[in-house]
Design a protein around this ligand. Structure first.
Ligand code: DAV
Length: 375
């Protein structure tokens, strides 16, 4: 095709090169549109357990285990048994069926089978899994951010989501990746138990260290997210957002078994980690719902990759509907008393794989808009 001046336009050439089908009309309605943890979900990515393996040769994995040796029982590396993978996929299918009944669009990654170690210029490590999109992708506003993860074994994990990310970009969402961290040995502190296991040499964080409440974003500073990661995130999000450091809450992995934002004004807290003294300042204005003791659920002989508090890793589908581990009867009762209906579902190997319903999902679109919940 030629433009008015008789010259071939750049966009036409591009269209011809990649094929028209691959270049749909860009819509102004970004498929990624999410500002908090509770508005009604319209589209969600659900992880996949296929090819999951516990990594070996991974300094990040060692770092995470340092402070939680007693909690994450002795973990052994290697492929998860096929039975665990199959049963997990069965549980996920039941979960997806429930989501679809509610009209929610569900997307799945393309799990990658790695026959060899992952290598960079500096190190090699075995791969992990794509069971937990929450850990590697952060959706805020109309942007998806690939996070600079602490585990070496997760370095290329977002490749499993590449088709989805390309599709979202073509339809109008923004897609960026944090600077790839080098993850050199000296970035990890495996010896001094008085300091965090992750040093501040470069921005490093798992996306699951973060939860969203409109203009206010909560970032857990821990062995899976350093101070420099917070600075990077604030620099990228700009003045529309305030990124709050959550320090001295939980030194290990992720924020979503410690704090759960249920609806404006109501936060679920893990009482073994959160106290009136260390609760992040803005949340002091909200009501707190104290999580009851969790019901212990079984895990495999490979070890548990999570604490019992994974039981409070719930997913809000709307301000009045939560997906919660079916075993957690006291928690379910407590939520119901607050006017929150519960969809009780199972992830039989959640403890083993280290992922509850919040971990294994990434809500990319929720109704609603950017608001200030702490004015
Ligand atoms: O308390 O076991 C679980 C991490 C979930 N993303 C815990 C951390």
């Amino acid at each position: 095709m030629q433009n008015a001046a008789g010259k071939q336009s750049v966009s036409t050439t591009f269209h011809e090169r990649i094929g028209h089908d691959a270049m749909p009309e860009k819509s102004n309605l970004s498929p990624v549109h999410v500002y908090n943890e509770w508005d009604p979900v319209e589209e969600i990515i659900v992880g996949a357990p296929q090819y999951a393996a516990l990594p070996h040769n991974d300094k990040g994995f060692e770092a995470i285990q340092r402070s939680t040796k007693d909690l994450f029982q002795a973990l052994s590396s290697g492929a998860y048994p096929q039975k665990i993978i199959e049963e997990t996929e069965e549980d996920i299918q039941l979960f997806i069926a429930e989501l679809q009944k509610l009209g929610i669009i569900v997307r799945r990654p393309d799990p990658i089978q790695h026959n060899d170690d992952i290598k960079t210029l500096d190190w090699a490590a075995s791969h992990f899994f794509c069971y937990c999109p929450r850990d590697v992708l952060l959706a805020i506003g109309t942007t998806i951010i690939e996070s600079p993860n602490v585990f070496r074994s997760r370095y290329f994990e977002t490749f499993a989501y590449r088709n989805i990310l390309v599709d979202y970009m073509l339809k109008g969402s923004k897609w960026i990746s944090a600077p790839k961290p080098r993850l050199l040995d000296e970035g990890y502190n495996l010896s001094d138990p008085k300091s965090l296991a992750l040093r501040d040499l470069e921005p490093v964080f798992d996306a699951a260290n973060i939860i969203r409440a409109g203009r206010d974003i909560f970032y857990l500073v821990s062995d899976s997210g350093n101070e420099m990661g917070l600075l990077w995130l604030q620099s990228i999000l700009g003045d529309d957002y305030r990124v709050h450091a959550c320090r001295n809450l939980y030194s290990s992995m992720h924020i979503d078994s410690t704090l759960g934002l249920l609806r404006p004004g109501l936060v679920l807290i893990n009482p073994t980690r959160v106290t009136p003294d260390n609760i992040p300042e803005p949340l002091k204005k909200w009501d707190t719902l104290v999580a009851p003791e969790m019901v212990e659920i079984k895990y495999s002989e490979m070890g548990s990759f999570s604490t019992p508090w994974l039981g409070m890793n719930l997913l809000m589908l709307s301000p009045t509907l939560a997906v919660v581990d079916k075993h957690q009867k006291p928690l379910i009762k407590l939520l119901e008393q607050q006017g929150i209906d519960v969809l009780p579902l199972l992830l039989r190997h959640g403890r083993t794989l280290g992922g509850g319903f919040h971990c294994i999902t990434l809500d990319v679109r929720r109704r609603g808009r950017l608001e200030n919940y702490f004015s």
